[in-house]
Design a protein. Structure first.
Length: 215
C-alpha cells in the first residue's frame, strides 16, 4: 500500500495544483506503469509478465488513446507478423468433437492464480458471441456465430471447396490479429489460452454440420 501511495501521490498533487502542473502524457504513462507493477505480484500461475505488451497491443493502445485509426502500413505489418505466427494443426486435421467444443465455449474458467498450472482453460466464447440457438445467455460484443458453417456453405468441412473457410476460421481463433491488427478477440492459440485440441473442438462446434450451431 505504501508503494502505491508513493506513485499515486504525485498525480493527485499535480491535479490539485492546477492544469499547468499536470504531468505530460509520457510521464503519466510511466506513473501508470509503475503503479501497475507495484499493484500486482506473481501468485500461482498468474505472473507479472502478463503486464508486458507486444508490438500489436502497444501500437493499438496508442492509436486508441489518440482517438484515431492505426496507420494502415503499420496495421498491415502487424497482421502479416501475426499471420506468420499461426500454428496450423500438427496432424492436418482441423475438426474435433463439437460436444467438447460447446463445453469449452461455455466455460470461462482458467488462468487465474487459484487455477492449477497446466489445467485446461475455457474459451469463454459466449461472453461475446451468440453461438447455439439453445443458449439464451450470451454477449453481443462480437457477431453472432449461429449458423456459422451453414451460412458459409460448409456442408462438408473436409471438402476442397471448404478449405478457405476452414483455414480462416482456424486462423481467426488461433490469432485474430492476423486478420485485424487491433482485434479485441483473444488470441486463444497464440497466447496459450486454448491448446491445439481445444481449438479443434471449437472448430467442430462452428463448422460440423451435426453441431447445433448449424441446425
Amino acid at each position: 500500500m505504501k508503494k502505491q501511495i508513493k506513485y499515486i501521490a504525485p498525480i493527485l498533487v499535480a491535479l490539485l495544483a492546477g492544469c499547468a502542473m499536470v504531468p505530460s502524457g509520457p510521464e503519466l504513462d510511466k506513473l501508470a506503469a509503475d503503479i501497475a507493477k507495484t499493484s500486482f505480484r506473481d501468485q500461482g500461475q498468474a505472473k507479472v509478465d502478463r503486464l508486458q505488451q507486444d508490438d500489436a497491443n502497444r501500437e493499438c493502445a496508442a492509436a486508441n488513446v489518440a482517438g484515431k485509426p492505426i496507420d494502415e502500413k503499420l496495421a498491415k505489418a502487424i497482421e502479416e507478423s501475426n499471420l506468420k505466427a499461426i500454428k496450423w494443426p500438427s496432424d492436418g486435421k482441423f475438426l474435433g468433437d463439437w460436444k467438447e467444443g460447446e463445453k469449452i465455449a461455455q466455460s470461462g474458467r482458467g488462468m487465474t492464480w487459484t487455477d492449477k498450472e497446466g489445467s485446461a482453460n475455457g474459451g469463454n466464447c459466449y461472453n461475446c458471441h451468440q453461438i447455439s440457438k439453445q443458449e439464451i445467455s450470451f454477449g453481443t460484443l462480437g457477431p453472432s456465430l449461429y449458423n456459422y458453417g451453414k451460412m458459409r456453405g460448409v456442408a462438408n468441412p473436409e471438402a476442397p471447396e471448404a478449405k478457405a473457410i476452414v483455414e480462416y476460421t482456424w486462423g481467426k481463433i488461433w490469432n485474430a490479429r492476423a486478420y485485424n491488427a487491433c482485434s479485441q478477440m483473444p488470441r486463444a492459440g497464440h497466447k496459450g489460452i486454448l491448446n491445439e485440441q481445444q481449438v479443434k473442438h471449437i472448430m467442430a462446434l462452428l463448422l460440423d454440420p451435426k453441431s447445433p450451431v448449424n441446425q
